[in-house]
Design a protein around this ligand. Structure first.
Ligand code: 3JN
Length: 347
């Protein structure tokens, strides 16, 4: 006995990962229904070794389903999630469309699994940068209390989808072909005058962009506002202070974060904090600086856990911690978290 499951946005990077995670984790699937825009209709996706034809996303496409995992952008979610929910399908939505809706639970299974059961047809999957941070903040908040978090992210291009991954590769291929080993000053002019397709605001090869999503209130980006607001909602801590700077780096997969946490009470030792974190669900501690061991995007890509290292006391605060948090943004940051939510509902 299994479930009928749709993946909306099945040809996108997160949609593909959702199919893979459902398969790998042996989620009880009776029928898989890959849905996408008319443009992708008839394309094939792979599920459990078989080719499955992509169907066009229409209202009727949700008939008879149990679950629909959405990752096709907030606009598609706003239009089709309520239709699916109306038909009795449980929607797990990876976009920002409903995350801050008080009627919609926003769930990270390691943090607030109890919220999932309160759904009225739609459950929201948080932003990738928020997910990997709250998995680590949760045990610290429970044990010591948290007053304030200062976070800088180092986000991979896959967070923005295939087109941003293509932008990075196109720039790198252009450089290797036309101006290998060029100086930074040369690159600046060469890349900008090459006329390559650019979906990010600036060239990303050999560059670092303090700009993710669009700019909003107080000159913070939407990505930064998502981290602030979603953290409060998931952790049920409306007063937790979060101040982020979100940055795009020329990395393919996995987001890294430098996180400074001001606790409300002291911890005994850094060893105690490492023990607490390594015994918490979904976390692997990789922290042995003598051996140059700390989590790296290249090592974490393709893995499920949230990895932390560089755990150390903030010497400028009475009770402060610094740490480095890395997770695969397409897995724990998106597809895996969504499938884990579905698993909570059937358990
Ligand atoms: O760029 C990243 O690393 C994460 C981007 C996430 C994103 C991109 C476009 C639209 C989102 C998101 O998940 O919050 C959205 C959105 O749904 O608003």
């Amino acid at each position: 006995m299994g479930y009928k499951v749709a993946v909306v946005g099945a040809t996108g990077m997160v949609g593909q990962e959702m199919l893979k995670v459902l398969e790998e984790r042996n989620f009880p699937v009776d029928e898989i229904r890959p849905l996408a825009s008319a443009r992708s209709k008839g394309k094939k996706v792979l599920f459990k070794g078989a080719e499955v034809e992509v169907e066009e996303l229409t209202a009727d496409a949700f008939d008879g389903l149990d679950f629909a995992l959405f990752s096709a952008g907030a606009g598609v979610s706003r239009e089709f999630s309520p239709i699916a929910a109306q038909k009795g399908v449980v929607v797990i939505d990876n976009s920002s469309a409903f995350r801050m809706d008080p009627e919609v639970p926003l769930v990270v299974p390691e943090v607030n699994p109890e919220d999932a059961k309160k759904h009225k047809g739609i459950i929201a999957n948080p932003n990738c940068s928020t997910i990997q941070m709250v998995v680590v903040l949760k045990p610290l908040a429970d044990r010591y209390g948290i007053r304030r978090v200062v976070v800088s992210t180092y986000q991979s291009v896959s967070g923005w989808g295939k087109e941003a991954v293509d932008q990075l590769w196109n720039e790198l291929e252009f450089i290797m072909d036309k101006c290998p080993r060029a100086s930074a000053e040369q690159l600046k002019d060469e890349i900008r005058s090459a006329g390559l397709r650019q979906v990010l605001a600036h060239p990303i090869a050999f560059n670092v962009l303090p700009h993710i999503d669009v700019f909003a209130d107080e000159n913070y980006t939407k990505e930064e506002w998502k981290m602030i607001n979603e953290t409060k909602k998931i952790m049920h801590l409306p007063d937790i202070l979060v101040t982020p700077t979100c940055v795009r780096v020329p990395v393919l997969k996995a987001h890294s974060e430098a996180v400074n946490v001001e606790l409300k009470s002291d911890f005994g030792s850094i060893e105690e904090v490492r023990r607490l974190l390594s015994s918490s669900p979904g976390i692997t501690v990789l922290d042995d600086v003598e051996k140059t061991v700390y989590p790296l995007a290249l090592d974490v890509a393709g893995l499920d856990d949230v990895f932390i290292g560089r755990v150390r006391r903030d010497l400028t605060l009475p009770y402060g911690l610094n740490m480095w948090i890395v997770a695969d943004n397409l897995r724990k940051g998106a597809a895996l978290n969504a499938v884990q939510i579905a698993e909570l509902l059937i358990s």
